[in-house]
Design a protein. Structure first.
Length: 443
């Protein structure tokens, strides 16, 4: 990569062009991230061969794509747009400002423009929004030899040829055959004799997370997508699903860290945008912490009488928060993978109760003896031990149950992971702790 950038700076274009021809498309796209000026970006792109340029373009970040489009002539823009797979063209158009979109669509042929506009009408994050319409379908009455001829004719314009779908005259799916099936079959066999009629599919409005679960469950490479009239209108390929998985994982991770989701890379996002994404939950947590402080002030007389009580507050709150987060993380994962559903609420609650008993029994015994040995007061040790039992049981129950309740209320379970659970657990931990201390120590 350093050698290529050096050749670009030294304007050794002929040698640079030969070097680019030996590289993988994804590696070429990565080189653009190292370039510092728009001029270098445009020069490097123009050195790519026509066959490679569109593929590399689909790998680039939106800011590089916009720079390239703005620097190209209309004829060159048309060449790129007509060579892009439709799903990649849709992704590009969605990311561009209005003036760029207008110019791009003007230089796209009518057929592709109609397909792009159609795909843009599907709901965001649906199967229709990530599918491609470039696939191969055949009729069941033709022979294997005829199927190979059709595949050869359409292969160049199709995103994948590994899986071929069999449709009737109304474009409804009748079956599916793989390239392996065709190769293994006799050339004069009918497609109807070798096709698999048990076809798994999704609808255009199916959520993209559900699509990714189908890929995981059935180990698909390609999934057919049908419209409301059950006609085959597109396919989703495994590379699209990998993008979905990455996007959904990142979104859940940000929500669990109390950050509003963003699709922009960290280093390419301004400090103001980062602050906007974080400030809401930080304000929420700040206000909730003041509530915890108010609860503590209510029990001020208790820790004035026994100052040692204050030293255990961070441990109890931290233990409760950690227990709740552990439960929430596992339940959120189970919900995302389809291992847990809303009807499993009581099963989850009972399992977390059993886990909390096992965990709290170990924690309370260890901490009882630590406090007794340190302060020489078995009653203080008993207060801490009982508080841990209550805090752990309630934390596990809240952490396991809140994500399921969020799902039932049609909210993202991930938002329950950090801010809500930590707030509830902190309040419960403080109240339980001082009530137990007041009762046992007679405060």
């Amino acid at each position: 990569m350093e050698n290529i950038i050096t050749q670009l700076e030294n304007k050794n274009f002929q040698e640079l062009k030969q070097m680019l021809e030996t590289l993988n498309i994804a590696d070429i796209a990565q080189i653009f991230e190292q370039l510092e000026t728009p001029q270098q970006i445009v020069v490097l792109f123009k050195l790519l061969s026509k066959d490679v340029a569109a593929d590399v373009f689909s790998f680039l970040d939106p800011e590089f794509q916009e720079t390239i489009i703005n620097a190209l002539k209309d004829k060159e823009v048309a060449a790129i747009m007509n060579d892009l797979y439709i799903d990649d063209a849709v992704d590009f158009v969605q990311e561009m400002p209005a003036n760029v979109v207008k110019r791009v669509l003007k230089n796209t042929n009518q057929e592709n423009r109609d397909l792009i506009n159609k795909l843009l009408t599907y709901p965001e994050n649906s199967a229709g929004s990530i599918m491609t319409t470039e696939f191969i379908d055949i009729k069941q009455e033709i022979s294997v030899d005829q199927a190979f001829k059709k595949i050869k004719q359409k292969a160049a314009d199709s995103e994948t040829i590994d899986t071929i779908f069999v449709t009737d005259s109304k474009r409804k799916i009748q079956g599916v055959v793989s390239i392996r099936d065709l190769i293994m079959a006799d050339r004069d066999e009918k497609i109807s004799e070798i096709m698999n009629t048990n076809v798994i599919f999704a609808c255009t409005h199916t959520d993209q997370e559900e699509v990714s679960r189908l890929f995981d469950k059935y180990d698909f490479q390609t999934l057919p997508i049908i419209d409301n009239e059950e006609r085959l209108v597109g396919i989703v390929t495994v590379d699209d699903v990998l993008d979905v998985v990455t996007q959904e994982f990142t979104e859940d991770l940000e929500k669990m860290a109390a950050i509003s989701p963003t699709e922009d890379p960290y280093l390419k996002t301004s400090a103001i945008t980062h602050a906007k994404k974080r400030i809401f939950w930080l304000l929420f947590l700040t206000i909730s912490a003041s509530i915890t402080g108010a609860i503590m002030s209510f029990f001020e007389a208790a820790f004035v009488a026994i100052p040692a009580l204050v030293t255990f507050i961070p441990m109890l709150m931290g233990t409760g928060g950690n227990c709740g987060s552990q439960s929430a993380t596992l339940v959120i994962r189970g919900l995302a993978l389809g291992e847990i559903s809303m009807k499993d609420y009581f099963r989850v609650a009972f399992k977390e109760f059993k886990v909390s008993l096992l965990v709290s029994s170990v924690l309370c015994v260890v901490n009882f003896f630590i406090v007794w040995l340190r302060y020489g007061d078995p009653l203080l040790g008993l207060v801490i031990a009982l508080s841990l039992i209550i805090v752990v049981i309630i934390s596990e129950f809240i952490g396991g149950g809140l994500p399921i309740l969020a799902k039932k209320c049609k909210l993202d379970p991930a938002i329950m992971a950090a801010p809500i659970i930590s707030t509830l657990v902190d309040c419960i931990a403080i109240v339980s702790y001082f009530l137990i201390a007041s009762s046992i120590l007679g405060l």
